[in-house]
Design a protein around this ligand. Structure first.
Ligand code: DP6
Length: 320
């Protein structure tokens, strides 16, 4: 039997950057994200009767670089004594380029593997397993606006606002398609060890999260926008001041920020956020989406845009 699951990437508005426990991949800080709807990763998992090593295909090509992390994730779900697995992954957006493809991949992987085992673990348990492989993946088990609380021994994850309760739109401006030069995991370690800003980043995270949660509860877009942009720029300040520095942006990233600032000056409800890559994600209210998409599309250096509403958490896909 083969089991298939689908998950969508999520975009953090209050960022996860830094780990408190590297062995169990526990985040140093809590975070808040939106799960997307129209970008997806589908994972199929089949445990073989016979032994042999795991295999992995990503978008129809062998993916040896990713195989170790996939095998580790399967160990977390099925135990180290499990049989070998054949895993196939397919995404409808660029992977490894700062678009949270590892989040959707590991979220889909744990759901597919659990199904293949005939298990009954719910989204929180599966989120904890996915988080053991990629911290941000834990949030893609849930839909809408999602909060991840970082504890000393484990994480908690929950939806704090359903998609229908505050329909936000996300426009992604693609400014480069190459894989990122430094993985987020490696970049975080560098920041923890070398950035003079890392300790102040940790100090204010709970305040930022509280402000963002208030913005969500009150549907106060301006409040959420201000704290999300501030939090994003602080995370990038940690990256920039790491030694050696990590700068994921390119000149088109900055042009997109100027575009968003111009839209804001015109009174449009929109804000930016960027992750471990040069893409810019603009979050806006639905009435602004067409203008935001068109302005970003026409920004120098932008190769294209993708638009998404908020969507559901990872789930099994029925196969024939
Ligand atoms: C910048 O979840 O990719 O997207 O746990 O090492 O796999 P690992 O890191 P990952 O980091 C995501 C970082 C971020 C911010 C965020 O999504 O909160």
């Amino acid at each position: 039997m083969t089991s298939v699951a689908q998950a969508q990437p999520n975009i953090a508005l209050i960022k996860y950057w830094g780990k408190r426990d590297h062995v169990n991949n526990l985040p140093a800080v809590s975070s808040l994200s939106v799960t997307l709807e129209s970008l997806w990763t589908r994972m199929s998992v089949e445990f073989r009767e016979s032994g042999g090593p795991d295999t992995l295909q990503v978008n129809e090509a062998d993916a040896p670089a990713m195989l170790k992390r996939v095998s580790h994730c399967l160990d977390l779900v099925a135990g180290k004594q499990r049989p070998g697995a054949d895993v196939i992954s397919e995404s409808n957006f660029p992977i490894g380029a700062g678009l949270a493809s590892s989040a959707s991949a590991f979220a889909a992987l744990v759901v597919a593997a659990e199904r293949e085992l005939g298990g009954v673990r719910g989204p929180l348990d599966l989120a904890r397993l996915a988080g053991g492989s990629s911290g941000s993946a834990a949030r893609s088990l849930f839909g809408g606006i999602v909060e991840l609380t970082a504890g000393d021994k484990e994480i908690n994850v929950e939806t704090v606002c359903e998609c229908a309760d505050w329909p936000l739109e996300v426009i992604v401006a693609i400014t480069a398609k190459d894989p990122k030069p430094v993985s987020s995991g490696e970049a975080m370690v560098r920041g923890e060890n070398t950035s003079p800003f890392y300790s102040s980043w940790l100090l204010k995270q709970d305040d930022d999260l509280r402000t963002a949660r208030r913005g969500v509860v009150d549907r106060d877009f301006a409040k959420l926008a201000a704290v999300a942009e501030h939090n994003c720029l602080k995370m990038h300040s940690v990256m920039w001041t790491s030694k050696p520095p990590i700068v994921y942006w390119n000149s088109a990233t900055l042009s997109c920020l100027e575009t968003v600032r111009a839209l804001q000056s015109d009174g449009l409800p929109v804000f930016f956020t960027m992750d471990a890559g040069p893409q810019v994600k603009a979050v806006c209210l639905p009435e602004a989406a067409a203008a935001v998409a068109s302005a970003l599309e026409n920004t120098p250096g932008v190769m294209g845009t993708m638009q998404s509403s908020l969507g559901p958490g990872a789930r099994p896909v029925e196969t024939e």
